[in-house]
Write a protein that binds this ligand. Structure first.
Ligand code: ADP
Ligand code: MG
Length: 246
């Protein structure tokens, strides 16, 4: 249901993604792994079109856009595709002057024009889901990193995106706090949430992902089930990289 076909992204002469073709089934979780600078974040940003691919096709559900070098794509169609996605960032990026529940309501009220009462109800349900029912009125600064990230996950899920994109969701957290985020993402996976995540966190990838994609220098080197990629990768390059993770 998510399809990336021959995605290329250049920044000037720098080819950051090269002929990336990936298909993700509805309800599946894909982990992007690989060395820094390999293109993981750029690939996520090409799915939600925060970066416009230089070439290739992005399809999410029924919506699909094809990009050609030097050819502009309409803002409305970019917006339409982007709204099928929700994004979670490494450093949470909550609005500091809004409470937890207001952070979750924000997009529903300002973008989707939901009435505040209905938005609050949905936001409260999502905070319950991520285990933060009691923290609805807390300010982000008073929450732990793990709690902030769980609010960010609730916020990303609020408009019911078809895919949740996570860029290093546990990288800013110490092991204990990342555990609670892994638990929440694992629960979402169990419920059939389609997710694509960039991560260095072996525990996250092996517990939550159905497929692991090893990306280096903008190319897919190898992909497969977590047990295969982490346990017995075929490529020497993948082997060496996996050995650096713990
Ligand atoms: P990763 O997330 O795997 O660490 P990134 O997608 O962040 O990799 O980066 C891939 C490459 O793209 C890097 O060489 C980076 O310098 C380059 N890059 C990323 N964003 C930009 C940008 N906005 N302008 C120019 N180069 C960029
Ligand atoms: Mg990155």
């Amino acid at each position: 249901m998510i399809e990336l076909v021959d995605i290329e992204k250049r920044f000037g002469d720098n080819v950051v993604l090269k002929d990336v073709t990936l298909r993700m089934r509805e309800g599946s979780v894909t982990a992007l792994v690989g060395p820094s600078g390999g293109g993981k974040s750029t690939l996520l940003r090409c799915i939600n079109l925060l970066e416009i691919p230089t070439a290739g096709t992005v399809r999410i559900g029924e919506d699909s856009l094809r990009f050609h070098p030097g050819q502009k794509v309409g803002w409305a169609s970019i917006q339409k595709l982007r709204r099928q996605t929700g994004m979670v960032f490494q450093n949470f990026q909550l609005f500091p002057h809004r409470t937890a529940i207001e952070n979750v309501m924000e997009g529903l009220v300002t973008v989707l024009r939901w009435p505040a009462g209905k938005a609050r109800e949905r936001a409260q349900a999502l905070l319950d889901k991520v285990g933060l029912a009691e923290k609805a009125d807390a300010w982000p600064a008073t929450l732990s990193g793990g709690q902030q990230q769980r609010v960010a996950i609730a916020r990303a899920l609020a408009p019911s995106p078809r895919v949740l994109l996570c860029d290093e969701p546990t990288s800013a957290l110490d092991p204990e706090l990342s555990e609670e985020v892994v638990d929440v993402l694992g629960q979402l996976a169990k419920e059939g949430t389609t997710m694509v995540m960039a991560t260095h966190d072996l525990r996250l990838a092996s517990r939550v992902a159905h497929e692991v994609v090893f990306l280096e220098a903008g190319k897919v080197v190898e992909k497969g089930e977590p047990a295969k990629i982490f346990g017995s990768p075929e490529r020497e390059r993948t082997k060496r990289f996996i050995a650096t993770l713990t």
